[in-house]
Design a protein around this ligand. Sequence first.
Ligand code: DHB
Ligand code: MG
Length: 220
Amino acid sequence: MERTTIDAIDGYVEHLFDLDADQDLSACLAAQRAAGLPEIQVSAVQGRFLTVLAQAVGARRILEIGSLGGYSTVCLARALPEDGRLVSLELQEDRAALTRASLDRVGRGARCEVRAGRAAVSLKALAEEGAEPFDLAFIDADKASYPQYLAAVRGLMRPGGLIIADNVLRRAVLDAPLPADPDQAGIRDFNASLPGFGERATILPLAGRKGLDGMALIVA
Ligand code: DHB
Ligand code: MG
């Protein structure tokens, strides 16, 4: 498919829902840009997809792995009821701080906790703390660790909760195979585990302003 066609369909949806006029998300993007972060956050349309999915599963507790500057975090936090809680894990402290600022800006700071540091360590800590099970998890951090993240997240979910993982197609299918690329290997191993979930897992191919990619959906 031509790039212009992909941009057109993404732009159509963005326009239809007035997503480009969303002040909160614009402010989040501006802060991210000012901090020099790479523009690899979910697209506006994908962000709305996350908001809708979180509402669909009635998510009271949301876990995010990889917040970047908080764009997807805001999209997920928007779906939280007043007594809801979101925990987001982010490797870098400066990015965690940006994410907290974005959540505060949209009035969701009090419902959210952003933990800086290695996600593998934070996930272990959550398990040790006996964290209340999560209803929805969004995996969007380093791709090499996706299999480990999935294993850890599974132990933190309520049965029937929804696990979503970003970027599961491009590196696996579209990027040229690279010898010993840990990101590619991580995604391939992650995807290879999905058929083991039977009818509780799928991959949704996505086309939009981030090009061609896909999100995995798994019912825990
Ligand atoms: C890229 C995109 C992503 O959504 C992500 O999580 C990491 C990297 C990228 O385009 O490089
Ligand atoms: Mg991503």
